[in-house]
Design a protein around this ligand. Sequence first.
Ligand code: ATP
Ligand code: MG
Length: 255
Amino acid sequence: MGKIICVFNQKGGVGKTTTVVNLAAALGNLKKKVLVTDVDPQANATSGLGINKEELEHTIYELLISTEDSREFILETSSKNVGILPSTPDLAGLEVELVMLDTRETRLSKVLNYVKDDYDFILVDCPPSLGQLSINALVAADSVLIPIQCEYYALEGVSQLIATLELIKTGLNPSLEIEGVLLSMFDGRNNLALEVVEEVKKYFKDKVFKSIIPRNIRVAEAPSYGLSVIEYDEKSKGAQAYTKLAKEVVRNNKR
Ligand code: ATP
Ligand code: MG
């Protein structure tokens, strides 16, 4: 049965989407079957994996309303062994609609149940907010992967994040675990970045992934070609770091 990992941090621009796209591609490269589920109305994971969001026939929007079988909605991506349930900007409206529907928090869970057995890993890309879409992702997930950017305000908002996870655990999803905390956009030339790494390790202890993602221009360029950095430049530092992370995730899930 596939493991559902929700990539979440309510803080914007910390590397959630970049991690979903490139971890998915790196896992696919290791011959794992991966499904990316994009529940962010910005649809950056969708376009980053080579899908033209203007030309979509079906999207996760319809699925979350109908909670029907999701298999027909899955598209192939530019990365091998990686499929996607694509998002669209319309999904923003669903935040409001969901509030009025019953079973509003468990809709993504129902949708992913149809396909869970077909994949090794399902990675969910969340918007930078704590609305209904993120809650659906956290309720559907087995674990949460938290990217933290190596910059000055890194730990700002982390206590709110932890409080949110505790709330979800005491109510809607008691078995939710922390998959790991990922240090992203690390710049070794910057002393501050080193301090942030130490601070995050002090706070999260053994929950921090050993793999650290460096700031790397190839990682930033790849989405404009609709490619993961693994496909765009496999030899780049960014691709190597995400491959290392993928191996770590696989290892941690062998037990
Ligand atoms: P949002 O909260 O808006 O969804 P996010 O958390 O998904 O943002 P990303 O979109 O993944 O964050 O990253 C923010 C920006 O930083 C993007 O422009 C991305 O290309 C860039 N970026 C992320 N990781 C790296 C990296 N390792 N090296 C260089 N640039 C990066
Ligand atoms: Mg994003």
